[in-house]
Every structure is written in structure tokens, then in C-alpha cells.
Design a binder for this molecule. Structure first.
Ligand SMILES: *Cc1c(COP(=O)(O)O)cnc(C)c1O
Length: 367
């Protein structure tokens, strides 16, 4: 059986290095806010060429904390609007509504699955304070046009970079394109921890300081609380593992690109729409490889019969979720089409050539 993602095999690539480190941290007696976190934050900042990295508990917290900090800094107010793609993982939207901000959904572009930048300006009102872009599936979304819109209306650009660590736009890494970015190191992400983990990155000193305090009970100094903060920390064990795996992320992303390239050149089936391979291949780190077909459920069943595990990212669009009942009657036809037709194929850095060839031939034989 070809698993969608073999996490065990991915992590066992670094077994010796990780196990040695885990034992060191265990024996050190220091488990939170120590050297492992400091090292990982420094190395992540250097990797992204960004001023500040702040380790936090998970990706959702990273995004929540960014918006919360803008509220504390009075750059945003409760009731303000944040533009966000209608086709994303629910966490991007939860981070907005959790802060009492209003998510304003904008349709994606069908070929990239990412927010359609040409549809943003018509959704801007005097209440709009930010645009939360999502580099969905590992594909960068950014342009000079987006930058110009943000400058014209004085909007913050927040990147949801849960799926695209290592991707680039014009030589800059994602997480260093907007005003602040949230990362997730959920085990299945391209850079995955052994549990929950996340980070915020920014070049804004004031914002970084506020987020550090907010993530630590609203405190910069022990027992002195300036905000009604929360507890969102990246622990030493996770930071240590992430610091090891960060060294290999470019290599792993390169393997992902090679596999994506093989799928795109060799899968040839009129029923199936393949993803676009970007002209600048650095713009994509292939967190997931998503194909589209009118016969999605049939294809998924057929692949299961042939021992190929697939997933759907995602089966229900955010505006159709019960959690957002107030949006259930709204219409986002492109998002709805995507959610009905997409299927994610196995793609990961430890797949064998035999597995890749099998996926290609089985799909090509689908009628
Ligand atoms: C995974 C993910 C998140 C949330 O990250 P967690 O670490 O699971 O909280 C947010 N946004 C996107 C697009 C994601 O894929």
C-alpha cells in the first residue's frame, strides 16, 4: 500500500541525529524557553532572512497572535475586516474570527487554487485592515499588484505560511514577503515536528515584542503583565527536532519538485486536470499534489482498490461549514467546484521510484 504520507519513514531518515538530541534535552532538565528554542528561532530567521522568529504552540496560534498583536497595538480594532481566500484550511479563517475581526472571503483562481488578487480591491471597505494570504498547497501567492493594493489602502499583509516553508517569490522566502507570517510545524507539514508546533516571523520590531509578550501570558518580565495574554510556547523537544529537520528542508523540497515534475509530465488522462508547474519552480514546494476531476469520488475509490491512499484538501469549503452558519447561503462557485473535484495524491520526499511509477500508470489506466 502506498501511504498518503509515511511520517515514520520521513522522520527515520534522521533517526540517529534526532534520538541523540532528544536524549540530550531529556537529560538537561530544561524543557521550556531554553537554548533549543533560541537556536531554532535564530536558525529559522537566518534561513528566511527575516529579523524575528517567535516559536509558538501551533500554526493557528501563530496567526491568532499576529492579529491579536495588531489589535493591542491599535493598528486593528475588533469589528475590522480582514480579506482571506474562500478556499483555504479553516484555521486561516478561525484566526480572524477568534479575534473579533470579520473575515471577508475572496474567491481563488482556478489554476493556482490561490486567492485571485484581481478580486481583492472590490472587497475593500473603510473597515478593511489586512489581507491574509495563504500559500496554499505550497504555492506562493504574491505579486507587485498585491503590494500596491496593500500600500494604497494601508493594509497589513499577513501570510499563512503553514504549507509553504522554503518557497520563494522573486528570491525572497515566503514568511518574509508581507508584514508578518504564521508557520505550522504540524507533523504532516513540509517541516514537521513530533507534535504541535508553530512560529511567527516578522521584520516589525514592535509587533515581534508584542507577540512574544502575548504568547507568554502578556508578560515581558516575569509577573509583570501588560496584556491579557495566553500561553503559547514551542517546547525544547519540538524546537530541537525542528532545528535538525530545518537543515534538510531545501533538499526535501527539491525532491518534492522532482516528483511533481514527473507526475505532471507523465500523468496523461483526459479525465484529469493536473496542477500547474510554475515558471519559476522556486515558487512551489508541493506540500500537496492536487489534481482535479469530475469523477473524483470514483477515482479515489479506484486508487484505494489499487492500494494508493489519497486525501481530499478539503471536502467542505469554509462557508459551508456549520461553524460559519451565517455564510451557508453565500455562493463562492469556484471554491465550491474546487472542493467537489480535488484529490491529493501521495507526494513525499521518501517515495520510491517504483511507487511514483505505479501511481502514474494506475492513474493513466483510469477510465
Ligand atoms: C495546518 C494549517 C494551519 C494550522 O496549523 P496548526 O499547526 O495545525 O494549528 C493553518 N493554516 C493552514 C493553511 C494550514 O494548512
Amino acid at each position: 500500500m502506498i501511504k498518503f504520507l509515511d511520517l515514520q519513514k520521513i522522520n527515520l531518515q534522521y533517526q540517529q541525529e534526532i534520538e541523540t538530541k532528544l536524549i540530550d534535552v531529556f537529560r538537561s532538565g530544561w524543557y521550556l524557553m531554553g537554548n533549543e528554542l533560541a537556536n531554532f528561532e535564530t536558525n529559522l530567521s537566518n534561513y528566511l532572512r527575516v529579523q524575528h522568529s517567535i516559536g509558538v504552540a501551533n500554526g493557528l496560534d501563530a496567526l491568532r497572535l499576529i492579529l491579536r498583536a495588531y489589535i493591542e497595538l491599535e493598528i486593528m480594532n475588533v469589528g475590522d475586516e480582514i480579506i482571506v481566500p474562500s478556499n483555504t484550511y479553516i484555521a486561516s479563517i478561525l484566526a480572524i474570527s477568534d479575534n473579533g475581526l470579520i473575515p471577508v472571503l475572496v474567491e481563488p483562481e482556478i489554476n493556482t487554487y490561490n486567492i485571485d488578487i484581481s478580486k481583492i480591491e472590490e472587497k475593500i471597505t473603510p473597515k478593511t485592515k489586512g489581507i491574509l494570504i495563504v500559500h496554499l498547497q505550497g504555492r506562493t501567492i504574491f505579486s507587485n499588484e498585491l503590494k500596491a493594493i496593500s500600500q494604497k489602502y494601508n493594509l497589513k499583509i499577513i501570510e499563512d505560511n503553514a504549507q509553504a516553508i522554503g518557497a520563494e517569490w522573486n528570491g525572497l522566502k515566503t514568511g518574509n514577503l508581507g508584514d508578518a507570517a504564521g508557520f505550522s510545524f504540524y507533523p504532516g507539514k513540509n517541516l514537521g515536528a513530533l507534535g504541535d508546533a508553530g512560529a511567527v516571523t516578522t521584520n516589525d520590531n514592535e509587533l515581534a515584542k508584542t507577540i512574544r509578550a502575548l504568547a507568554n501570558y502578556g508578560s515581558n518580565k516575569k509577573y509583570i503583565n501588560v496584556y491579557k495574554g495566553l500561553n503559547s510556547r514551542l517546547d525544547e523537544l519540538q524546537a530541537a527536532v525542528l532545528d535538525i529537520k530545518l537543515k534538510y528542508i531545501d533538499h526535501e523540497n527539491e525532491i518534492r519538485r522532482q516528483i511533481a515534475k514527473q507526475f505532471i509530465t507523465k500523468i496523461d488522462n483526459p479525465e484529469i486536470v493536473l496542477p500547474e508547474y510554475p515558471e519559476d519552480e522556486k515558487e512551489h514546494v508541493w506540500h500537496v499534489f492536487v489534481i482535479r476531476t469530475k469523477k473524483r469520488d470514483q477515482l479515489q475509490a479506484y486508487l484505494t482498490e489499487n492500494d494508493i491512499q489519497t486525501l481530499i484538501h478539503y471536502p467542505i469549503p469554509p462557508h459551508k461549514q456549520e461553524a460559519y452558519k451565517e455564510w451557508n447561503d453565500m455562493s463562492f462557485p469556484i471554491s465550491e467546484k474546487i472542493h467537489e473535484e480535488v484529490l491529493s495524491l501521495p507526494l513525499s520526499p521518501i517515495m520510491t521510484e517504483v511507487e511514483i511509477e505505479k501511481i502514474i500508470s494506475v492513474i493513466n489506466a483510469f477510465k
